[in-house]
Design a protein around this ligand. Structure first.
Ligand SMILES: Cc1cc2nc3c(=O)[nH]c(=O)nc-3n(C[C@H](O)[C@H](O)[C@H](O)COP(=O)(O)OP(=O)(O)OC[C@H]3O[C@@H](n4cnc5c(N)ncnc54)[C@H](O)[C@@H]3O)c2cc1C
Ligand code: FES
Ligand code: FES
Length: 505
């Protein structure tokens, strides 16, 4: 296999990866190069001090031939202009440097200099958006990603979270500042104009991102190999069933940094083109396991409302720019957010190995605490959501913080309400058992009954008794139970009144 270029283009200059251990994070790699703007605050994706920009494809493919596939959107295949790219903010503390082989990276140093500040740096400086400065390069990069977002347009009705310039403050929800306070930072964000004609970074995004050919980097801790097609990936898995797959590294990076995990062989799967396709067919939506959550949200563009409700509540944009559905389901965390939503959507998991593929209903995928039916030689290729979708959906997540926090409990709810009667109810829960579970008793308490406050109140009580929640540092068992029932009551209170029975039976 090709060894790759073993270099990363950082701020326009090629930097060699030679001698870099596969377990080294992009942050440590950059800082070792003297680019010390990006900082380590937490080493676990929580603070954004390490944020940098990576040039990524702007759109997703339909699979099949060619890196990142082709796309035309004509048969419902979701996609965008694959000839363009997007400056994408990521947490450099989590991404392995080896995963950036051949890629283009920008740090705060590459955006501007003290004598020629980038507009983002200028606004932060003149509006008092920086005091000690520790968080500032990370804010600069996250803000620059939003500054260059191609579909950022002046907002007709600015609100607390959207500036008149179309700046979406959620872009900064993965960045923490401990001393300045956020108002001056928001002022800086809302004061930004559009990139000027000829801005080199805006111009760069009008061209495709760099190719991501197969590559392999070896070092003292083991090897990191980037697979780019399913066949090579499955061969590697067959030969090395103990290999660790690395997609966005938002879980794996934490294991490496905080728990000292090392892989004899780590296989980068974020650019395997068969895992990066999104297809909307007549009877199902199939989402490639290696698409990032940000890509999934953009490509679906509202086609699966329950996922639209989930995605903004999942971590931060910096994390969503790496995190994948495949990684979320593979870790099988009982508090993972994708599973409750996907259980409500009656999704299937498509597992591939060298011998072929099998499709497993998500409801039968989890077998115990962080255990699943997936064999070591299998990869999650895709998640399949059957169509048509239920008409009434909600995703309720209870966490200590509104953004960028792990759930205490989560509920995905999908109901078909016809002529005022609940014809079908599917509810997935997280945080109430060793695995994500279906709320079968609650579903039975709703199905065939009128969609009235009385029925919903009774079903909410049943829902509060689902699973066996435990007390831990996130929440007490009693609180978890109480929050479950509330999710259903809230959905009923907020649902379209026309769903109610014309005459309450
Ligand atoms: C700050 C922070 C906030 C977070 N917030 C949330 C949150 O709000 N909700 C939530 O649910 N999670 C959250 N997470 C956890 C994490 O982001 C998700 O679990 C994410 O979906 C993991 O995807 P990934 O691609 O980064 O996985 P990786 O880290 O790349 O991989 C994780 C594991 O899955 C395996 N794997 C990856 N892809 C596949 C595949 N296709 N087939 C088989 N195995 C595979 C890998 O081998 C590895 O063992 C958070 C994490 C951080 C650091
Ligand atoms: S160092 Fe805190 S997110 Fe990376
Ligand atoms: S300026 Fe000090 S932490 Fe943000």
């Amino acid at each position: 296999m090709a060894a790759g270029r073993h270099e990363v283009t950082v701020n326009g200059t090629a930097r060699s990866l030679a001698g870099t251990d596969p377990a080294t994070s992009a942050l440590d790699f950059l800082r070792a190069q003297g680019l010390t703007g990006a900082k380590e605050g937490c080493a676990e994706g929580e603070c954004g001090a390490c944020a940098v920009l990576v040039l990524r494809p702007d759109g997703v493919g339909r699979g099949g031939a060619g890196a990142d596939g082709g796309t035309d959107g004509s048969d419902g295949t979701a996609g965008a202009d694959l000839g363009r790219s997007r400056w994408t903010g990521v947490n450099a503390c989590l991404v392995p440097a080896a995963a950036l082989d051949g890629q283009e990276v920008l740090t705060a140093e590459g955006l501007g200099t003290p004598d020629a500040l980038h507009p983002v740096q200028h606004e932060l400086a003149v509006r008092g958006g920086s005091q000690c400065g520790y968080c500032t390069p990370g804010f600069v990069c996250a803000m620059a990603a939003e500054y260059y977002r191609g579909d950022r347009h002046p907002h007709a009705v600015p609100d607390r979270e959207h500036g008149p310039n179309g700046f979406d403050l959620h872009a900064l929800s993965g960045n923490l500042c401990r001393c300045t306070g956020y108002r001056p930072i928001r002022d800086a964000a809302f004061a930004l104009g559009a990139p000027e004609a000829g801005d080199p970074l805006a111009s760069r995004a009008t061209h495709p991102p760099p190719a991501a050919p197969p590559s392999r980097l070896e070092g003292a801790s083991g090897a990191f190999e980037r697979a780019t097609d399913l066949s090579r990936l499955l061969t590697l898995l067959r030969e090395h069933p103990d290999a660790v797959l690395v997609a966005g590294a938002t879980d794996w990076g934490v294991e490496v940094n905080l728990r000292g995990a090392r892989a004899r062989l780590a296989v980068g799967i974020d650019r395997v083109h068969e895992l990066r396709a999104l297809h909307v067919g007549h009877d199902a939506v199939e989402i490639g396991a290696s698409l990032t959550l940000s890509e999934v949200g953009r490509a679906l563009a509202g086609r699966v409302p329950l996922l639209d409700q989930l995605l903004p509540q999942f971590a931060s944009p910096l994390i969503r720019n790496g995190a994948t559905l495949g990684g979320n389901l593979a870790t099988a965390s009982p508090v993972g957010d994708a599973a409750p939503a996907l259980l409500a959507l009656e999704a299937d998991v498509v597992l591939a190995c060298a011998g072929g593929e099998r499709t497993v209903p998500l409801s039968g995928y989890f077998t115990g605490y962080r255990r699943t039916v997936r064999r070591p030689d299998e990869v999650i290729r895709a998640v399949r959501i059957p169509l048509p979708l239920s008409g009434v959906t909600a995703f309720h997540k209870v966490a200590k913080r509104r953004f960028d926090d792990i759930s205490s409990v989560a509920a995905g709810i999908a109901l078909d309400v016809r002529d005022g009667v609940v014809a079908k109810a599917r509810i997935g829960l997280g945080g109430v058992a060793a695995t994500p579970v279906r709320a079968l008793a609650t579903e039975a308490a709703l199905e065939g009954r009128p969609w009235t406050a009385e029925v919903v109140r009774a079903a909410a009580q049943v829902m509060g008794r689902e699973g066996t929640p435990i007390d831990d540092h996130r929440a007490s068992a009693a609180y978890r139970s109480a929050m479950l029932g509330t999710a259903l009551l809230r959905l009923h209170a907020e649902a379209d009144p026309s769903l109610a029975p014309a005459v309450a039976p």
